[in-house]
Design a protein around this ligand. Structure first.
Ligand SMILES: [Cu+2]
Length: 262
């Protein structure tokens, strides 16, 4: 992706944050809130699904399709929805935090301010003493979300809390473990959910690495990186489907109802 296109994409995301909302969800203001609020409303069918193995794959394929259509139609973006191939940033020997995706000009900005002993939005996470506060740089530094954290409706900044421990689940070997599965049920279980107990999986890895808003099962699309993370998961799914397209494009399975909350 050229630097020029990176800036164009970031501008379009900012534009979505400024355009007025068109859906009736409670408390929302912008076009990007429309998307985030829809995700919050359907969280029990996307993430809180029986057995920890979420159904985010179908949901996000449609969700990203509409997001990808809205960026050019409403905000003049001229290309396809980009993805973030986190494996490249994890397997290169450096910390994932060095990734150019966190650049303050051509990327999404970096970690949140460090808040010592921050235990998450709801006081139930183990402190990492990495970040936890509002993002400190990049194009979204002064943006206030209207939806979240969780299913609440409050004005708040985008928080991040980088977590290296989650990065190891996003390695190329983990992606290969996912794409070698022979049917959809095994594939989606290997892709994993957010709130599945360790060992974590590629889906949880991207959310957990960034954490903060991005680590929240309800309000994660409040961090624009969520769309790039899920576009990459969709790419992995498409790769798997293309191994035997005829059968795999129709292969779906699993629960669609909510499991017990942790
Ligand atoms: Cu997700």
């Amino acid at each position: 992706m050229s630097s020029l296109l990176q800036l164009e994409y970031l501008d379009a995301v900012l534009c979505m944050m400024e355009l007025p909302s068109i859906t009736p969800f409670n408390g929302i203001k912008s076009r990007s809130d429309d998307f985030q609020a829809l995700h919050v409303a359907l969280s029990y069918r996307i993430h809180w699904v029986i057995g920890y193995f979420d159904q985010f794959l179908y949901f996000y394929r449609g969700f990203l399709h509409f997001y990808e259509k809205t960026l050019p139609e409403n905000c003049g973006y001229s290309s396809a929805q980009p993805y973030w191939n986190w494996s490249l940033d994890i397997d290169n020997g450096a910390s994932f935090a060095e990734s150019p995706i966190f650049d303050s000009v051509y990327g999404f900005g970096g970690n949140g301010a460090c808040i010592f002993n921050w235990t998450g939005f709801f006081g139930n996470s183990t402190p990492t003493n990495s970040g936890g506060g509002c993002i400190q740089d990049g194009p979204f530094i002064s943006y206030n979300l209207s939806v979240g954290p969780g299913s609440s409706v409050t004005n708040h900044c985008i928080r991040r809390n980088f977590n290296n421990n989650s990065a190891r689940w996003g390695k190329v070997t983990q992606v290969a473990n996912t794409t070698k599965q022979s049917n959809f049920e095994a594939f989606r279980q290997e892709a994993g959910g957010v709130f599945r107990p360790p060992p974590n999986k590629i889906h949880g890895s991207g959310h957990g690495m960034i954490s903060g808003e991005m680590g929240n099962v309800f309000s994660s699309p409040g961090d624009p990186l969520s769309y790039l993370h899920h576009a990459n998961l969709d790419r992995v799914w498409a790769f798997w489907q293309n191994i035997g397209l005829e059968a795999r494009v129709r292969d779906i399975s699993g629960y669609t109802t909510s499991g017990n909350r942790l």
